[in-house]
Design a protein around this ligand. Structure first.
Ligand SMILES: Nc1ncnc2c1ncn2[C@@H]1O[C@H](COP(=O)(O)OP(=O)(O)OP(=O)(O)O)[C@@H](O)[C@H]1O
Ligand SMILES: [Mg+2]
Length: 108
């Protein structure tokens, strides 16, 4: 099933809260891809989602790293793939049967 939903947040706290609520439905093996220009709120979203997944350490942008791993109620892998031409190897951590979702972030 594919569903499309548009959600508007009023600031970073709101984006984190939204992502934390959405993350309650995330399961091990799921892959969520976030796209959006610089400053669109991708890292804010990941911070909220990580909180919703029970990660207690601070989540920062992986900017000069490709990948950061966090422990929550499931393992959380934060990948920053904008420099990669091929997403294949980077998302290979999603397990067979894991679901995929896409979120496009932006200001409007
Ligand atoms: N509704 C909103 N949701 C999220 N961030 C917002 C919102 N409104 C304003 N902001 C601001 O926008 C910025 C978003 O930064 P963030 O680091 O999450 O973006 P990013 O998409 O990860 O950028 P980059 O591509 O540079 O890593 C923050 O400074 C935040 O305070
Ligand atoms: Mg970022």
């Amino acid at each position: 099933m594919t569903a499309r939903l548009t959600l508007r947040t009023s600031g970073p706290r709101d984006t984190r809260a939204l992502a934390a609520a959405l993350a309650e439905a995330f399961e091990s093996g799921d892959v969520v891809s976030l796209t959006g220009e610089l400053g669109a709120g991708k890292t804010c979203f990941v911070q909220g989602a990580a909180r919703g997944l029970g990660v207690s350490t601070r989540v920062t942008s992986p900017s000069f790293l490709l990948r950061r791993d966090y422990e929550g109620r499931v393992g959380v892998v934060h990948l920053d793939v904008y420099r990669l031409d091929d997403l294949g190897p980077a998302v290979a951590g999603g397990s067979p049967g894991g679901r995929a979702a896409r979120a496009r972030l932006g200001r409007r």
